[in-house]
Structures are given as C-alpha cells and as structure tokens.
Write a protein that binds this ligand. Structure first.
Ligand code: ZN
Length: 500
C-alpha cells in the first residue's frame, strides 16, 4: 500500500511540474503576444508612408532609405542578417524614371469653321502619367488598337492594315482570350504583359500610347524614350468615342467573341505632355534577416515569411502604399520583433524577406529565388503577405499540396484571436494564368508557398492610387495578423515533425 501511495504522490508531483512548465510556456507565449500592439505598428506604418520614402519606388534613393530603415529595426531586435556579404541587403540594379511634373492630356476638337477647342483632363482621375514615359509632347490622331497584340502564330494582329506611325495608340490591358483554364490560353500569356504592349507599339512606330487602365500608377512598364505614355480613365475614353457608333467596351466584347481585331482611326486628335527624367544608375534590394533555430539539426530548416516593401512612387501626388504593401511589411515586423524577443526559442530558423522590385515586375522575388539565402530544399515554406490590413477577417491559403500548414494558423486563431477565418488550398496569386504575385514566383522556383490576406474590407481600396495612405488601413486587424503569425510560426518552428 505504502508503495502505491509513494508512486501516486510522485505522479502528482510530476504532473504538477508538467502543468507548471506548460503554464510557464503559455505565460511566455502570451507575454510576447501582448507585446504586439497596434500603437507601435501604426508608428512603423507612418514611418513607411512618410515623405522621406516618397512612395518607395524601386530604384530610387528613397526606396533604399526605406530598406535601410527596415534593416535598422531588424538589427535593433538582434535578428541576424541573411543578405549579401553578411549584410541585410540583397542588391540588384534597377533604373527608374522621375516624374518631374504630372504633364497633361488634352483633346483637340476641330470645329467646322476650322477653329480648335481644347479640353484638358484632370490628374489623377482622368489620366495618370506613364511612370516610365519618355519625356516630351506629342499631338497626333488616336488610333484604337484593341489589345495592342501582334501574334502571327495565333493569326491575330491588332496592327494589321492600320498605320500608327507617329500616332497615338489607344489600347486595353490583357488579351482577347479570357479563360485561363482553357489550354489555348497559355499561348496568349506572353502578350498580356504591359512591357510587351509598349514594345509592340514602339515597333509599329507609335509616338504616343494611351492605356485603358483606370488611370492608376503603373511602374511595371518598359521605358522607351521614343514614346509618350499615359493611363486614362473613363472621361477621355468616352470623349474619344463621342460621335462614333460604338464604345471601347463594346469593341472589346466583339474582339473577345470573334478573335478578330477591330482597330480603326478614331479621327480624334489628342496631346500628351510628359516631363520625365530617366535615371540609369538606380538600385534596389531585398532586406533579409533571420532568427537562427536552437536545434542542431532542425535549425537548418527555415520558415520564410515575406512581403514586398516597395510601392509605386510619386507621379505628382505620392502613392504611399499603406495597404499595398506597408500593411504586409508592418505585419511581418510586428511578428518578427515578437519572435526575436520571445523567451520561447524555436527549433527551426525563421527568415524575414522584405522584397524590393515587386511593383516593377516581381524583380526582388526573382532575384531571391535565383540566389536564395537558404537552400530551397531546406525552406519549409514561403509565406507571402500582400495587402494584409483592410477588413475584419483573415484568408489563409496554402498552395494545394500543403493543407497541413493551415492548421498552425487555424489553431492560433481558434485559441487566441477569434476572427472569421477562411482557409483554402487554391493556387492563389495567379491571374489569367500568369504570375501576379511574389508567391507565384517562389512556387514556380520550387518553394512550397502560402499567402495571407484580409477579407471583408471596411475601407475603400485605393489600388495604386494616391489615396492609399495610413488612413486606408484597419490597424486593429494588422495587430491580429502579426499576432497570428507570431503564434503560428512559434508552433510551426517547434513542431517535431512537419508534414509536407
Ligand atoms: Zn502589392
């Protein structure tokens, strides 16, 4: 009997120790959890959106300054550098264009008596200066060229039988084909890119280009000094089609139904003025830091979390990119600081990548995946955050094969955060079958990937527009995103076995 009594009291003591250890663990976990505050995070967001960074356009000294600031925070939190030569930075050359003035867009209407009346359009609602436009002024007739595509192998040419030399071409985004699930669509992908469309216009001798893109900032377009470019909104488009018995929308639908171009001379004369300076010696970078794991073996496995740091710059009015993607950057910073200062040390390593060059063509993620700081084979997952700070709910996706990864986030939310959360395993970040996010670049390079965003937006989204400022985000959900990442990554990095 005494023997049993002894055994039982021993068991009680052991389980008490265990419970204590568990309590301590949870205490430590929650201590860091509560250290993540929206006050601190909004301070960081304000810094990212401050005039000194001027819209963080890749290539500019202001982008570099924002990268240096993020790196200084990583250093402050004792997060180790994982960029080039033991620095936080992975550099690449990136020329850029300064928009000296917003320029102008004017319709010149010739009346029957020969006089001309001019209608000037307003920046930024009616037109947006081409962010890699050549500098100068062009007055010429506007020629509608559909999608601006020349694809002989597809028996399709928007420029066939129409002379655009010295003229202004008017074209739309995307391509005639609209169904990415159709295998035929793949053949069209190369013609989707803004770069291609501009280069094709130049090949055909156009001197100006009007891009139907809702008049928004688009630095993801080729620079060619011989062509003056601007984006246009609904009003000038309506005026171009005035007196013509069709609309841009109707023509697009017609082309899409028939796969036959519908190009024509509009007879309208417009003037585009641009004042730009090209800077060839620009450079940009990724900022990379990591927390080294404590397990001698598992520390070689790295969980990567990243989001793009760059935004679309200043074309007269700054686009501070608070939601796109100051939100993702600040979410990661909040989690990074908490993870770095946590008393719970993780077995695996965790790396933070603040990506440059996203808005100019997913350049930073291509640079990283071509020359990764940690081997692909040892990278557990890359988690991308883009526009994660407007709404009341979460969306967490895991590329279709990695459903197991969702559980760390589901558990964190169920236990501590309690937000509406949707999870899925779709191929996120793809749009019409071509990469539209850093996540897809990583996946294409062989990384397992996930992505996070916020749902049920409660504020207006100013996508690539001057309104994307600190008041365009909901800071309380950003705090919760940072907390969820902190919790989920702590669990994931300490899980003895992660199922792939
Ligand atoms: Zn973005």
């Amino acid at each position: 009997m005494r023997k049993y009594a002894l055994l039982i009291s021993l068991l009680i003591i052991i389980s008490a120790i265990n419970l204590n250890a568990q309590d301590d663990n949870e205490k430590q976990l929650l201590k860091q959890f509560h250290s993540i505050t929206s006050e601190e995070m909004s301070g960081w967001l304000e810094k990212l959106c401050s005039p000194e960074f001027n819209g963080r356009l890749s290539g500019t000294p202001e982008f570099v300054a924002s990268a240096e600031w993020v790196a200084s925070k990583l250093k402050e939190w004792n997060i180790k550098p994982a960029g080039d030569n033991n620095s936080y930075f992975q550099w690449f050359k990136w020329p850029y264009t300064i928009i000296n003035e917003t320029g102008s867009l004017t319709l010149n209407l010739r009346l029957s008596d020969g006089s001309v009346i001019r209608k000037n359009y307003q920046y930024p609602n009616d037109f947006y200066p081409g962010m890699n436009s050549g500098s100068g002024e062009i007055t010429a007739e506007v020629v509608f060229v559909g999608f601006g595509v020349t694809a002989p192998e597809l028996n399709y040419d928007d420029y066939k039988g129409i002379d655009v030399k010295g003229k202004i071409v008017l074209m739309n985004r995307d391509v005639p084909h609209t169904d990415p699930r159709n295998p035929e669509y793949k053949k069209w992908v190369a013609y989707c890119y803004h770069q291609y469309k501009l280069e094709n216009a130049v090949r055909h001798g156009a001197a100006g280009m009007l891009y139907v893109d809702g008049a928004s900032a688009n630095p993801n377009i080729t620079y060619d000094p011989s062509i003056i470019v601007c984006g246009i909104g609904p009003q000038p488009l309506e005026d171009i089609f005035a007196g013509i018995k069709t609309t841009n929308k109707a023509l697009i639908e017609k082309i899409r139904a028939s796969f036959k171009p519908a190009s024509f001379n509009t007879g309208k004369v417009m003037t585009i003025k641009a004042n730009t300076t090209r800077v060839n010696e620009g450079r940009a970078c990724n900022v990379i830091g990591y927390i080294e794991g404590t397990d001698p073996v598992l520390k070689n496995e790295v969980i990567l979390i990243g989001g793009h740091l760059d935004a679309v710059g200043n074309a007269g009015r700054v686009v501070n990119g608070a939601l796109d993607n100051g939100s993702g950057v600040v979410d990661i910073m909040g989690a990074a600081k908490a993870l770095a200062q946590s008393e719970i040390k993780t077995k695996r390593s965790i790396a933070f990548i603040f990506i440059g060059g996203e808005e100019v063509g997913l350049i930073g993620s291509k640079v990283y995946t071509a020359n990764p700081s940690f081997p692909v084979g040892k990278s557990v997952v890359f988690i991308n955050l883009d526009m994660v700070g407007n709404g009341t709910g979460f969306y967490v996706s895991a590329g279709s094969s990695y459903k197991e990864y969702l559980k760390y986030f589901e558990q964190a939310n169920a236990k501590y955060i309690h937000r509406p959360m949707r999870t899925a395993a779709p191929e996120a970040g793809e749009y019409y079958g071509r990469p539209r996010s850093d996540e897809v670049v990583f996946r294409t390079a062989g990384f397992r990937t996930m992505a996070m965003w916020t749902t049920e937006a409660t504020k207006k989204v100013y996508y690539h527009l001057p309104g994307d400022d600190t008041d365009a985000v909901t800071i309380d959900i950003m705090e919760d995103v940072a907390k969820m990442i902190y919790l989920a990554l702590t669990e994931m990095a300490n899980d003895p076995e992660i199922k792939f």
